[in-house]
Structures are given as structure tokens and as C-alpha cells.
Design a protein around this ligand. Sequence first.
Ligand SMILES: [Zn+2]
Length: 152
Amino acid sequence: MSLLPGNVAVNEESRSVSVISAARVPNMLNNGDVVFGRITTVRDNSAYVDIAATEKMPDAEIVNNGNAEIYVSNVQNGFTKSVTDEFKTLDIVRARVIDNKKIDLSTVGDEFGVVKAFCTKCKNGLEKNGNYLECPLCKTREYRKLSNKYGQ
Ligand SMILES: [Zn+2]
């Protein structure tokens, strides 16, 4: 056995090569997993999320990654008029997997929702100010369904 950069293990006898870094262990999304992802499309009824990682295994590639979706009924407790009021494209959300076959996500609960958002006018990172977000550059105030972990 010899180790190459990137933790690639080469077995000289069998000439097999394998990656031994824990960071490269494939990860399957399971129901209940907490994930981080970027909002790619927002419509009245749902938002699409490009899942980047799970909280449990942040460096692992996700095997069953797909078109993850947050339906309007899974945004928050209570009534959501339109998902477009709660999420914007480019937002980073912390969400929970509630159906790992269809890859449905939920942001119901205080710790779920937007953890990083960008000004819709100038794309600068927004800062939390009470229940609102504010752009430090252009002073635009925006609203999101926020996670209590915003900015952490
Ligand atoms: Zn701005």
C-alpha cells in the first residue's frame, strides 16, 4: 500500500486504487437528514434547491442528489401565500429531507429556512436586522423565511 496525494490508496499487488479519505465516502440522503442548498428557482407553489451538502457529512458527495423541492405547504407552520415571498434565487437554506425518493425538503421550524441571502438589487450579502434583512450597501430591506441560524 502506498499513499498518494489526495488520500488515494494504491494496492501494488492487485493494482487497485481506492480513495480512503473519509471526506470522499458517498452519502445517501435519508429522511430527517439536515441539508444545506441553494435556491435555484422559486415559483408560487414551490422552490427548487440545489443541495450542496448534509450537515452530518459536509464533505461527502451525495449519491441520490436530485431536483430537491420545497412545496408551499412545507415552507413554515401556517399559511404561505407564495413561496416567492419567502425565498429568493441564490438564497442558501438549511432544510430537512422529508421524502428521500422525490427529494422533498421542509423548512418548517425555527432552525430551518434561509441561512444566507443576497440583496435582490445589488447582490451583496444581507445582514439580519430584527425580523428583516438589510443590505449594508444599498440599505434595501428584505424579508425571508429565516432560520435562527442565519449568518452563522
Ligand atoms: Zn443591496
